[in-house]
Design a protein around this ligand. Structure first.
Ligand code: UTP
Length: 279
């Protein structure tokens, strides 16, 4: 059977309150890191992994996202033949190679619920999930490409993890597991946003997932958890009790662009890369 994953979901319905007032009328995922909106980095990572069928779970006030991944005739006409034309080359490649589908999460009931809302775009096949506010730079291959390899080998859900300092575990879903091979863990337990004393480890789940489609039925039956939201971590815990769920310590670096500090760090990092590219 074909082991290739072609579809990916971007849940972007969140309000991005940590960036107010910047995110009052502009989606967080459209904030630029140097010269590209956050979401474009995620879409490029998905495209590199061969997941060219892009599903976006949006919410109110997010129309700019759909406009970004579309042709802009007036603009393109204006800069056609000028030195600026090259600035649109990357986004044109994306438009040529990817398809975009949209659905709306009309009530903010949590990340698990947002992923379930994406079911209509996915159907019954394994798929990737990218939280665009986690901006990842893979070492060699992109993070989703690395994860797709783990999926092809074990054919079960895979979550990306990284080690975080103990004082930061309360911001993440945290796993307990046994190491299957270097950097790959079979998950026995997951806790969403634990207090440092309750955390089973300092291995935190970040915003990259590969999920098998049975997750949709699991989410449908997952009651609201922390903050009254339907948590993907709770659904994955149930999936891990029934089947194997793996955690993968990815090779590379992640910037938490959902926070102002992480966003500035990413900006500095990509500004250095941008300067090198100009030379
Ligand atoms: P966050 O917890 O970072 O929330 O959601 P947020 O609204 O984006 O940002 P803050 O905390 O208010 O600043 C994690 C991811 O899950 C998506 C968000 O869009 C983000 O990508 N999400 C969360 C949804 O799509 N729907 C939800 O109901 C909740």
């Amino acid at each position: 059977m074909d082991r290739k994953i072609r579809k990916v979901v971007f849940p972007v319905a969140g309000l991005g309150t940590r960036f107010l007032p910047a995110t009052k009328a502009n989606p967080k995922e459209m904030l630029p890191v140097v010269d590209k909106p956050l979401i474009q980095y995620g879409v490029e990572e998905a495209m590199e992994a061969g997941m060219n069928n892009i599903g976006i779970v949006t919410g109110r006030g997010k129309r700019a996202l759909a406009d970004h991944f579309d042709v802009s005739y007036e603009l393109e006409h204006q800069i056609s033949g000028s030195s600026k034309e090259g600035l649109l080359a990357d986004i044109r490649t994306i438009l040529d190679e990817c398809t975009f589908s949209y659905t709306r999460q009309s009530e903010m009931k949590g990340l698990g619920h947002a992923i379930l809302t994406g079911e209509t775009l996915i159907g019954r096949e394994p798929f990737g999930v990218i939280l665009a506010d986690d901006l990842c730079v893979g070492e060699g291959d992109g993070v989703l490409t690395q994860m797709a390899r783990i999926y092809a080998k074990y054919r079960c859900s895979v979550v990306a993890i990284e080690e975080v300092p103990p004082e930061e575990v309360h911001k993440y879903g945290v796993i307990e597991g046994s190491e299957l091979e270097d950097g790959v863990y079979v998950i026995s337990k997951m806790v969403e946003k634990p207090k440092p004393d309750d955390a089973p480890s300092n291995l935190a789940i970040i915003g990259r997932y590969i999920l098998t489609p049975d997750i949709f039925d699991v989410i449908r039956n997952t009651p609201p958890g922390r903050n009254g939201e339907i948590q993907i971590t709770d659904a994955l815990q149930i999936q891990a009790e029934r089947n194997m769920v793996l955690a993968y310590r990815f090779k590379g670096r992640r910037f938490d662009c959902g926070s102002v500090g992480g966003f500035v760090e990413a900006t500095n990092y990509f500004y250095e890369r941008w300067k090198e590219a100009q030379e």
